[in-house]
Write a protein that binds this ligand. Structure first.
Ligand code: FES
Length: 337
Protein backbone atom coordinates (compact mmCIF):
# COMPACT_ATOMS: atom_id res chain seq x y z
CA UNK A 1 0.00 0.00 0.00
CA UNK A 2 1.17 3.52 -0.74
CA UNK A 3 0.19 6.76 0.91
CA UNK A 4 0.69 10.44 0.20
CA UNK A 5 2.96 12.44 2.47
CA UNK A 6 2.54 16.17 2.16
CA UNK A 7 5.68 18.05 3.23
CA UNK A 8 5.06 21.51 4.63
CA UNK A 9 5.89 24.37 4.39
CA UNK A 10 6.79 23.71 0.76
CA UNK A 11 3.56 21.78 0.06
CA UNK A 12 5.27 18.93 -1.81
CA UNK A 13 3.36 15.65 -2.17
CA UNK A 14 5.46 12.50 -1.99
CA UNK A 15 4.26 8.93 -2.46
CA UNK A 16 5.45 6.63 0.31
CA UNK A 17 4.89 2.87 0.63
CA UNK A 18 3.80 1.54 4.01
CA UNK A 19 7.08 -0.42 4.27
CA UNK A 20 9.23 2.62 3.38
CA UNK A 21 10.49 5.32 5.69
CA UNK A 22 9.17 8.82 5.11
CA UNK A 23 12.72 10.15 4.71
CA UNK A 24 13.58 7.55 2.08
CA UNK A 25 10.50 8.43 0.05
CA UNK A 26 11.28 12.15 0.25
CA UNK A 27 14.97 11.83 -0.65
CA UNK A 28 14.18 9.60 -3.61
CA UNK A 29 11.63 12.12 -4.80
CA UNK A 30 14.12 15.00 -4.64
CA UNK A 31 12.52 16.55 -1.54
CA UNK A 32 15.52 17.15 0.69
CA UNK A 33 15.03 17.05 4.45
CA UNK A 34 17.82 17.20 7.04
CA UNK A 35 19.27 13.83 8.09
CA UNK A 36 22.53 12.38 9.32
CA UNK A 37 22.55 8.90 10.89
CA UNK A 38 19.45 7.53 9.08
CA UNK A 39 19.08 5.01 11.93
CA UNK A 40 16.92 6.85 14.46
CA UNK A 41 19.72 7.82 16.81
CA UNK A 42 20.89 11.39 16.12
CA UNK A 43 17.62 13.33 16.01
CA UNK A 44 18.60 15.42 12.96
CA UNK A 45 15.54 14.34 10.96
CA UNK A 46 12.96 15.24 13.61
CA UNK A 47 9.75 16.47 12.01
CA UNK A 48 6.34 17.49 13.23
CA UNK A 49 3.40 15.33 12.16
CA UNK A 50 0.58 17.78 11.50
CA UNK A 51 -1.97 15.22 10.40
CA UNK A 52 -2.33 11.46 9.96
CA UNK A 53 -1.10 8.28 11.60
CA UNK A 54 2.56 7.36 11.68
CA UNK A 55 4.48 4.33 12.90
CA UNK A 56 7.42 5.80 14.83
CA UNK A 57 9.59 2.76 14.11
CA UNK A 58 12.86 2.20 15.90
CA UNK A 59 13.39 5.77 17.17
CA UNK A 60 15.89 5.98 20.02
CA UNK A 61 14.29 7.19 23.27
CA UNK A 62 17.21 9.62 23.61
CA UNK A 63 16.80 11.11 20.15
CA UNK A 64 12.99 11.31 20.42
CA UNK A 65 11.85 12.01 23.96
CA UNK A 66 8.50 10.84 25.32
CA UNK A 67 7.33 14.45 25.51
CA UNK A 68 8.21 14.93 21.83
CA UNK A 69 6.29 11.77 20.92
CA UNK A 70 3.29 13.19 22.78
CA UNK A 71 3.71 16.44 20.85
CA UNK A 72 3.47 14.57 17.53
CA UNK A 73 7.14 14.57 16.55
CA UNK A 74 8.72 11.73 14.60
CA UNK A 75 12.16 10.74 13.38
CA UNK A 76 11.31 10.34 9.73
CA UNK A 77 14.39 8.23 8.93
CA UNK A 78 12.75 5.34 10.80
CA UNK A 79 9.05 6.33 10.76
CA UNK A 80 6.61 4.81 8.25
CA UNK A 81 3.16 6.01 7.24
CA UNK A 82 0.01 4.23 8.40
CA UNK A 83 -2.15 6.46 6.19
CA UNK A 84 -1.89 9.77 4.35
CA UNK A 85 0.27 12.20 6.29
CA UNK A 86 1.08 15.86 6.57
CA UNK A 87 4.47 16.63 8.08
CA UNK A 88 6.40 19.80 8.66
CA UNK A 89 10.15 19.73 8.20
CA UNK A 90 13.06 22.10 8.00
CA UNK A 91 13.35 22.19 4.24
CA UNK A 92 15.60 25.15 3.63
CA UNK A 93 18.74 24.32 1.72
CA UNK A 94 21.62 26.76 1.54
CA UNK A 95 22.01 28.62 -1.77
CA UNK A 96 24.27 26.83 -4.18
CA UNK A 97 23.82 23.43 -2.58
CA UNK A 98 22.31 21.14 -5.19
CA UNK A 99 19.80 18.45 -4.31
CA UNK A 100 20.44 15.04 -5.80
CA UNK A 101 17.70 12.42 -5.39
CA UNK A 102 18.73 9.18 -3.70
CA UNK A 103 18.94 6.23 -6.09
CA UNK A 104 20.00 2.59 -5.96
CA UNK A 105 23.11 1.60 -7.89
CA UNK A 106 24.82 -1.68 -8.60
CA UNK A 107 28.52 -1.85 -9.20
CA UNK A 108 31.69 -3.89 -9.04
CA UNK A 109 34.76 -3.64 -6.87
CA UNK A 110 37.31 -1.83 -9.02
CA UNK A 111 40.10 -1.77 -6.42
CA UNK A 112 40.55 -2.77 -2.81
CA UNK A 113 43.82 -1.81 -1.13
CA UNK A 114 45.31 -1.61 2.34
CA UNK A 115 46.35 2.01 2.82
CA UNK A 116 47.09 2.11 6.58
CA UNK A 117 46.89 -0.38 9.44
CA UNK A 118 43.27 -1.54 9.50
CA UNK A 119 42.18 0.87 6.77
CA UNK A 120 41.21 -0.13 3.24
CA UNK A 121 40.45 1.95 0.18
CA UNK A 122 37.50 0.56 -1.75
CA UNK A 123 36.81 1.88 -5.23
CA UNK A 124 33.50 0.88 -6.75
CA UNK A 125 32.70 1.18 -10.45
CA UNK A 126 28.98 2.05 -10.67
CA UNK A 127 26.59 0.97 -13.40
CA UNK A 128 25.28 4.54 -13.71
CA UNK A 129 26.62 7.97 -12.72
CA UNK A 130 25.82 9.05 -9.16
CA UNK A 131 25.41 12.77 -8.70
CA UNK A 132 26.40 14.06 -5.26
CA UNK A 133 27.96 17.01 -3.49
CA UNK A 134 31.54 16.71 -2.21
CA UNK A 135 31.30 15.57 1.42
CA UNK A 136 28.13 13.46 1.15
CA UNK A 137 27.91 9.76 1.95
CA UNK A 138 26.36 6.59 0.54
CA UNK A 139 24.99 3.38 2.01
CA UNK A 140 26.86 0.21 1.10
CA UNK A 141 24.63 -2.86 1.19
CA UNK A 142 26.03 -5.91 2.97
CA UNK A 143 25.39 -9.46 1.76
CA UNK A 144 23.17 -9.88 4.85
CA UNK A 145 20.77 -7.20 3.59
CA UNK A 146 21.90 -4.67 6.19
CA UNK A 147 23.73 -1.49 5.11
CA UNK A 148 26.52 0.78 6.36
CA UNK A 149 27.14 4.48 5.71
CA UNK A 150 30.47 5.55 4.16
CA UNK A 151 31.53 9.01 3.09
CA UNK A 152 32.58 9.38 -0.52
CA UNK A 153 36.24 10.38 -0.85
CA UNK A 154 36.18 10.89 -4.62
CA UNK A 155 34.54 13.76 -6.50
CA UNK A 156 31.50 14.28 -8.72
CA UNK A 157 33.88 14.80 -11.67
CA UNK A 158 34.00 11.00 -12.11
CA UNK A 159 30.43 10.04 -11.20
CA UNK A 160 30.78 6.36 -12.15
CA UNK A 161 33.54 5.63 -9.62
CA UNK A 162 33.26 6.16 -5.87
CA UNK A 163 36.14 5.88 -3.44
CA UNK A 164 35.49 4.87 0.18
CA UNK A 165 37.89 4.64 3.16
CA UNK A 166 36.99 1.78 5.43
CA UNK A 167 38.27 1.21 8.93
CA UNK A 168 38.18 -2.28 10.35
CA UNK A 169 36.22 -2.71 13.55
CA UNK A 170 36.87 -5.76 15.66
CA UNK A 171 33.95 -8.14 15.31
CA UNK A 172 32.18 -5.79 12.87
CA UNK A 173 29.87 -7.62 10.48
CA UNK A 174 30.62 -5.26 7.60
CA UNK A 175 34.36 -4.85 8.03
CA UNK A 176 35.85 -7.89 9.73
CA UNK A 177 33.07 -10.14 8.52
CA UNK A 178 33.11 -9.05 4.89
CA UNK A 179 35.22 -6.16 3.54
CA UNK A 180 38.44 -7.27 5.28
CA UNK A 181 37.79 -10.97 4.85
CA UNK A 182 36.21 -12.01 1.59
CA UNK A 183 35.48 -9.01 -0.59
CA UNK A 184 37.63 -9.03 -3.75
CA UNK A 185 38.23 -7.00 -6.88
CA UNK A 186 35.53 -7.84 -9.44
CA UNK A 187 32.85 -8.69 -6.87
CA UNK A 188 29.37 -7.26 -7.37
CA UNK A 189 28.16 -4.78 -4.77
CA UNK A 190 25.23 -2.39 -4.44
CA UNK A 191 24.87 1.04 -2.89
CA UNK A 192 22.32 3.82 -2.53
CA UNK A 193 22.89 7.52 -2.21
CA UNK A 194 23.77 10.28 -1.91
CA UNK A 195 22.90 11.16 1.69
CA UNK A 196 23.73 13.83 4.23
CA UNK A 197 23.87 17.54 4.81
CA UNK A 198 27.63 17.54 5.29
CA UNK A 199 28.79 18.93 1.99
CA UNK A 200 30.86 21.73 0.59
CA UNK A 201 29.04 25.09 0.54
CA UNK A 202 30.00 26.44 -2.89
CA UNK A 203 28.78 30.02 -2.55
CA UNK A 204 30.63 30.89 0.67
CA UNK A 205 33.56 33.02 -0.27
CA UNK A 206 35.61 32.37 2.85
CA UNK A 207 38.70 30.47 3.94
CA UNK A 208 38.08 26.87 4.94
CA UNK A 209 39.19 24.71 7.85
CA UNK A 210 38.94 20.95 7.28
CA UNK A 211 39.25 18.93 10.47
CA UNK A 212 39.21 15.16 10.32
CA UNK A 213 40.29 12.17 12.35
CA UNK A 214 40.91 8.65 11.11
CA UNK A 215 38.79 7.78 8.08
CA UNK A 216 36.90 11.03 8.72
CA UNK A 217 39.44 12.22 6.16
CA UNK A 218 37.32 10.76 3.35
CA UNK A 219 34.75 13.55 2.81
CA UNK A 220 37.45 16.18 3.35
CA UNK A 221 39.55 14.60 0.60
CA UNK A 222 36.53 14.88 -1.68
CA UNK A 223 36.27 18.60 -0.89
CA UNK A 224 39.98 19.27 -1.52
CA UNK A 225 40.00 17.26 -4.75
CA UNK A 226 36.84 19.02 -5.92
CA UNK A 227 38.32 22.48 -5.26
CA UNK A 228 41.45 21.46 -7.12
CA UNK A 229 39.49 20.17 -10.12
CA UNK A 230 37.23 23.21 -10.36
CA UNK A 231 39.64 25.98 -9.47
CA UNK A 232 40.07 27.07 -13.09
CA UNK A 233 36.33 27.66 -13.40
CA UNK A 234 35.74 29.06 -9.94
CA UNK A 235 38.97 31.01 -9.47
CA UNK A 236 39.12 29.61 -5.93
CA UNK A 237 41.93 31.19 -3.89
CA UNK A 238 40.75 31.22 -0.28
CA UNK A 239 42.99 29.39 2.16
CA UNK A 240 42.10 25.77 2.86
CA UNK A 241 43.83 24.20 5.87
CA UNK A 242 43.39 20.48 6.48
CA UNK A 243 44.16 18.77 9.81
CA UNK A 244 44.25 14.98 9.80
CA UNK A 245 44.31 13.46 13.29
CA UNK A 246 45.54 9.89 13.81
CA UNK A 247 47.34 7.85 16.49
CA UNK A 248 50.64 7.03 14.75
CA UNK A 249 52.48 8.25 11.66
CA UNK A 250 51.68 4.97 9.91
CA UNK A 251 48.00 5.92 10.10
CA UNK A 252 48.53 9.03 7.95
CA UNK A 253 47.23 7.57 4.72
CA UNK A 254 47.17 9.63 1.49
CA UNK A 255 49.81 11.92 2.94
CA UNK A 256 51.71 11.99 -0.38
CA UNK A 257 48.61 13.02 -2.24
CA UNK A 258 47.85 15.92 0.13
CA UNK A 259 51.49 17.06 0.14
CA UNK A 260 51.38 16.97 -3.66
CA UNK A 261 48.38 19.31 -3.65
CA UNK A 262 50.16 21.55 -1.15
CA UNK A 263 53.13 21.84 -3.55
CA UNK A 264 50.85 22.49 -6.48
CA UNK A 265 48.65 25.36 -5.22
CA UNK A 266 49.18 28.30 -2.88
CA UNK A 267 45.86 28.06 -1.11
CA UNK A 268 46.19 24.57 0.41
CA UNK A 269 47.99 23.53 3.57
CA UNK A 270 48.15 19.97 4.97
CA UNK A 271 48.80 19.47 8.69
CA UNK A 272 49.24 15.92 9.98
CA UNK A 273 48.26 15.58 13.64
CA UNK A 274 49.63 12.54 15.46
CA UNK A 275 48.73 11.84 19.08
CA UNK A 276 51.04 8.99 20.11
CA UNK A 277 54.31 10.11 18.55
CA UNK A 278 55.90 13.19 17.15
CA UNK A 279 55.31 14.25 13.57
CA UNK A 280 57.01 17.26 11.96
CA UNK A 281 58.02 18.44 15.42
CA UNK A 282 54.52 18.35 16.88
CA UNK A 283 52.38 15.90 18.78
CA UNK A 284 48.78 16.01 19.99
CA UNK A 285 45.17 15.92 18.91
CA UNK A 286 43.28 18.04 16.41
CA UNK A 287 41.48 20.41 18.85
CA UNK A 288 44.69 21.29 20.72
CA UNK A 289 46.85 21.92 17.65
CA UNK A 290 44.02 23.83 16.00
CA UNK A 291 43.80 26.12 19.05
CA UNK A 292 47.56 26.70 18.89
CA UNK A 293 47.42 27.67 15.22
CA UNK A 294 44.07 29.49 15.29
CA UNK A 295 43.46 31.33 18.55
CA UNK A 296 40.97 33.28 16.41
CA UNK A 297 39.03 31.38 13.75
CA UNK A 298 36.24 33.85 12.92
CA UNK A 299 35.66 34.33 9.19
CA UNK A 300 36.27 30.69 8.26
CA UNK A 301 33.89 27.93 7.32
CA UNK A 302 34.82 24.74 9.18
CA UNK A 303 34.00 21.15 8.28
CA UNK A 304 34.60 18.58 11.04
CA UNK A 305 34.43 14.84 10.52
CA UNK A 306 35.43 12.10 12.94
CA UNK A 307 34.22 10.15 15.95
CA UNK A 308 31.68 12.00 18.13
CA UNK A 309 34.18 12.85 20.89
CA UNK A 310 36.65 14.37 18.43
CA UNK A 311 33.85 16.30 16.73
CA UNK A 312 32.59 17.70 20.06
CA UNK A 313 36.05 18.76 21.23
CA UNK A 314 36.89 20.35 17.90
CA UNK A 315 33.57 22.17 17.87
CA UNK A 316 34.31 23.60 21.32
CA UNK A 317 37.78 24.68 20.23
CA UNK A 318 36.29 26.49 17.23
CA UNK A 319 33.60 28.23 19.24
CA UNK A 320 36.19 29.36 21.77
CA UNK A 321 38.09 30.78 18.81
CA UNK A 322 34.95 32.79 17.96
CA UNK A 323 33.59 30.80 15.08
CA UNK A 324 29.78 30.74 15.06
CA UNK A 325 27.82 27.47 14.78
CA UNK A 326 26.36 28.56 11.43
CA UNK A 327 29.89 28.45 10.03
CA UNK A 328 30.60 24.94 11.32
CA UNK A 329 29.42 21.76 9.60
CA UNK A 330 29.89 18.44 11.34
CA UNK A 331 29.69 14.77 10.43
CA UNK A 332 29.87 12.22 13.25
CA UNK A 333 31.29 8.81 12.43
CA UNK A 334 29.65 6.19 14.60
CA UNK A 335 31.43 2.89 14.89
CA UNK A 336 28.68 0.93 13.17
CA UNK A 337 31.30 -1.42 11.76
FE1 FES B 1 19.48 10.56 12.64
FE2 FES B 1 17.02 10.35 11.68
S1 FES B 1 17.65 10.19 13.71
S2 FES B 1 18.79 10.97 10.66
Amino acid sequence: TSYTVRVEPIGADVTCRDDQTVLDACLRDGVWLPHACTHGTCGTCKAQVLDGDIDLGDASPYALLDSERDDGCALICVAKPKGDLVIEGEVDVEDGVEIHPVRDYSGTVDALDDIAPNVRRLIIALDAPMRFNPGQYLQLNLPSGDSRPYSIASTPADPTHVELHIKRTEGGAATEGWIFRELETGDSVSVSGPYGKFSFRPLRDKPVLLLGSGTGLAPLKSIVAHLLETTEDTGWENDVVLYHGVATRADLYDRDWFEGVQDQVDWFSYRPVVSREECDGRQGRVPALLTEDFPRAGGNTAYICGNPAMVEDTLKALMKARLFPRDILREDFFDAA
